[in-house]
Design a protein around this ligand. Structure first.
Ligand code: DAT
Ligand code: MG
Length: 140
């Protein structure tokens, strides 16, 4: 595996539930390096770009509504094989089926929540990582 960068988001549910520190702790404990970190509240335009692959799907509008509902934390995380590595730390998309030991499996809730409230985002390929880092941290 090679040194890589990935774009991580702690979604509004993670920030609202005071899990920012716990999630960043898991990233650092794995040995990854956080090289950019910013809390911000973003609008639909940026998120439409970020989630371009999902535009037109039935969950797209609710996803944007949720992602713009409050502050989130955006980070660039670096490490060997971090793109796949962070996705395995995060666990399956749906917290209901995410394995214990993962962020979504341990901390995600399936009672009274929807799939989009799954705490974190991580880029899914080197191409996605480059594209997403360009959106969230254009100067980096
Ligand atoms: P991931 O975040 O694991 O990369 P994804 O890219 O397929 O998952 O989807 C982006 C987000 O959209 C995901 O984190 C939660 C939401 N989502 C995906 N599939 C969904 C579905 N079937 N119903 C509701 N929300 C969904
Ligand atoms: Mg995805």
């Amino acid at each position: 595996t090679e040194p890589e960068r990935t774009l991580v988001l702690i979604k509004p549910d993670g920030v609202a539930r005071q899990l920012t520190g716990e999630i960043l702790r898991r990233i650092e404990a794995k040995g990854y390096t956080i090289t950019a970190l910013e809390q911000r509240t973003v609008g639909a335009d940026l998120l439409t770009e970020h989630y371009a692959e999902h535009e037109g799907k039935p969950f797209f509008e609710p996803l944007l509504e949720f992602m713009t509902s409050g502050p989130l934390v955006a980070a660039i995380v670096e490490g060997n094989g971090v793109i796949e590595g962070f996705r395995s730390l995060a666990g399956a998309t749906n917290p209901t089926s995410a394995a214990p030991g993962t962020i979504r499996g341990d901390l995600g809730r399936d009672w009274g929540t929807t799939v989009q409230q799954n705490l974190v985002h991580g880029s899914d390929s080197p191409e996605s990582a480059a594209r997403e880092i360009g959106i969230w941290f254009p100067q980096r």
